[in-house]
Every structure is written in C-alpha cells, then in structure tokens.
Design a protein around this ligand. Structure first.
Ligand SMILES: *Cc1c(COP(=O)(O)O)cnc(C)c1O
Length: 392
C-alpha cells in the first residue's frame, strides 16, 4: 500500500505527541496533571443541554441537516455579530455555520490555494493553517512573531514579492499560543496591507469572548472595508464551553463564504440540527455564561502566574485566551527539554513553545482549562520544584 504524499508529509499532530508522553508516564504510575491541552473543563451550561434534550424529540431533527446550516442559526449568528461587534451581516450570504471552526479553517485553503500557491502563516501559530495549506497543494511562508512586538507580525517587513504572491494570510487574535491581543490600529493596517497586495485575510477569532480585566476582543469586521478582503472564523467552543458539540462559523466576505459553502456541500452534511438549536439558544440568550467562565479562568491565571514566576519563568498575565505563554528562565534554551524535566520531576505537563513553530522556542504554554483542584495540585508541585526539591 502506498499512502498519498499529503499523509506521508504530516507531522505528528502536536497534541497526539503530548498524549503519548502522558500515557507513558501514567503507565509508570505517575499521577500526571496536564496543563497542556486547551479544552475547557467546565460543562456546557444546563439550560443549553435542556434545549438539546427537547430538540432530539423532534423527528425533523433526525434527518439530514443542510451543509449551510439552519437559516435560524445563520440569523442568530448575524444577530450575535450585530449585538456583540456592531457588525451587520447578511445571514444568507455572509454567514456559514461550521462543524467547529477547525473544520472551516481546514477547508478554506481548498477555496483559495491551487498547487504551488502560497499562504502566509505566523510562527508561532495554530498548526492547522499550515497542514490545511499543504493538503491543498500549497506552500506556507512563515511570518515570525516576536515578544517585543507584542506578538503581532511586522506586515511592512514582508517582502513585496512575497506579499504579492500570497493568496491568504492567517491571523489569530486573541492568539493561541501566545495569548497576545490586537488593537484596532493593527487590524486597520492589516486590511490596508491586504488590499494593497490583494491577499485574503483569514482571521481566527476562536477566543472572541475569553478575555479578562475588562478587555473586550474585537472582530476584524469592525474595521471599515474589512469585508472586502476578510473572512473570520468564530466558535462557540471556547466562549460557551461547547467544544464537544462542534459549533463554529465563518463570516465576512460573501465570495469567500459562498466558496466555502460550496466546498462543504460536496464534503459534509452540516451540523446535527438538534445541536444547532443549542447554538441558537446560546447566542440569543447567553445569560452570564461568558462572565462566569472568564472569572474562573482569570482566577486560575493569577494563581498560576505567581508560581510560574517562582520557577523563574518570565511572564505577564494575558488579557485574553486560555493560555499563559511564559519565557524560559535565563540560561534555559530548549522548551522541549524544560517541559520534559517538569514532567519528570513533578508529573505536570506543559506544552513546549517550539511545538508551535521555531519562533516559539524559548517559551512554554500553560492552559487554564484544568479543574481548580487539579490545577492547585499542579501549582503546589511546581512551587515545591521551584524550591529545588523533587515534587511528586
Ligand atoms: C480551539 C481553536 C480552534 C478550533 O475551535 P473549534 O471551533 O472547536 O474547532 C481554532 N483556532 C484556534 C486558534 C483554537 O485555539
């Protein structure tokens, strides 16, 4: 049997490799605590589960859904964007529901990339942008992010010929893995740059509503003229603790939304309708879900920052996202080695920054999605380790 190149070329999925390491330690009897994976631990709110329970009883929801979702879900997304971002969307032309935003992110390159075309991706960055480009036969060019720039790309340093050749640039703020945020000025510059070079902006807004200290993330579509060049990916996963239900959306430029819808129509049959009903209820009646979750995450963030500093990591509290991105202590070079040493000495799993790209080397990522009691046990062990003793 000969597998296709695109499969042979796949790097081991980042989290799969971490999972393997965890399994190995557990087999050795270690009580492993993972701070590695960004999957909210808090259950989906009960009032939404009630909507799902009721919706399962309706036989209309037992049949094939449409690839482009229930019109009522598209309308609820448009209402949400109006209410939350002040952005007006045509629910039939500028909105398409996704089976989790990852699904749409992975399929967008099929709409834009012919063999040999390039996408610009940031380094460090969410791994799906690169792999999806490769699946479409394209090539990625990496734009480095640096701490001194607040982890925003220097768009004006991208060579003009590289910019002209690129079909799409992937941006993601609030950012995974760095927790960085972008302000209006950055988005305005990005839109102007994209128009100058005729590049599509694919903005990943997965952390739209995971923010702290009064900070409110913005949609790129809030910028004048962004719809001419941008498609934005958004999701209920992190905002409403609904990762398991696979509820995302792409919104923005009508040509791109239409192309993505046509690709999807030929590949999938959409989100189960009963689950879409849950999403409609969440968007139309979010109650205090988002604030409650953010309050829990920000308290975890503050407790974790204290201990990370004791470990000699250099770190500022993130204003958004589910992640703390911490710089290794002076003299430490390898994030992989540092993470391995932590697992060995404490059974606590963190993600090496190098897993997100070479520019992530020198950092580790900690996720705030571990239940409080387990997080506190992990922090206790790390604090003991910081005193120079084995902490298991
Ligand atoms: C979690 C995450 C996603 C995927 O979210 P789903 O909607 O659950 O597929 C996309 N992008 C980034 C940066 C993420 O961290």
């Amino acid at each position: 049997m000969r597998l296709a190149q695109r499969v042979e070329q796949l790097p081991p999925y980042l989290f799969a490799r971490i999972s393997q390491l965890i399994a190995q330690k557990r087999a050795e009897g270690v009580d492993v605590i993972s701070l590695g994976i960004g999957d909210p631990d808090i259950p989906t709110p009960d009032y939404l589960l009630d909507v799902l329970r009721q919706a399962t009883a309706d036989p209309a929801n037992h049949r094939y859904p449409e690839s482009d979702g229930l019109p009522q879900f598209r309308q609820a997304i448009a209402r949400w964007y109006q209410k939350r971002h002040g952005v007006v969307l045509d629910p039939d032309k500028e909105v398409v529901p996704l089976i989790g935003s990852k699904e749409g992110i992975a399929h967008l390159p099929l709409c834009l990339i012919d063999p040999g075309d390039t996408s610009l991706i940031t380094d460090p960055g969410y791994p799906v942008y690169e792999v999806a480009t490769m699946f479409a036969g394209g090539v990625t060019v990496k734009v480095p992010l640096r701490e001194e720039d607040g982890w925003l790309p220097r768009l004006d340093e991208i060579p003009a010929e590289t910019a002209r050749a690129a079909k799409v640039i992937w941006l993601n703020y609030p950012n995974n893995p760095t927790g960085a945020i972008a302000d209006r000025g950055f988005y305005e510059r990005a839109v102007a740059w994209a128009k100058q070079y005729d590049v599509v902006i694919a903005h990943d807004l997965a952390y739209a509503d995971v923010a702290y200290d009064g900070y409110v993330p913005m949609s790129i579509l809030e910028v004048e003229g962004a719809k001419d060049v941008a498609i934005e990916f958004n999701s209920l996963s992190k905002s409403f603790n609904m990762t398991g239900w696979r509820l995302g959306m792409a919104v923005g430029n009508a040509t791109l939304v239409n192309a993505l819808t046509r690709v999807k129509t030929n590949m999938d049959s959409g989100i189960p309708q009963a689950i879409q009903q849950m999403a409609i209820a969440a968007l139309d009646d979010p109650r205090d879900t988002i604030d409650l979750h953010n309050d829990i995450y920000s308290k975890r963030r503050d407790r974790a920052i204290t201990v990370l500093r004791q470990l000699g990591l250099r770190v500022e509290p993130p204003k958004a996202s589910l992640y703390i991105w911490a710089r290794l202590p002076e003299g430490e070079r390898s994030s992989g080695e540092f993470a391995a040493r932590l697992i060995d000495a404490t059974g606590v799993v963190v993600t090496p920054g190098a897993s997100y790209g070479t520019a992530g080397e020198g950092y580790i990522r900690i996720s705030l999605t571990t239940p409080d009691d387990r997080l506190d046990e992990a922090l206790r062990r790390l604090a003991v380790f910081a005193q120079g003793q084995p902490a298991r």
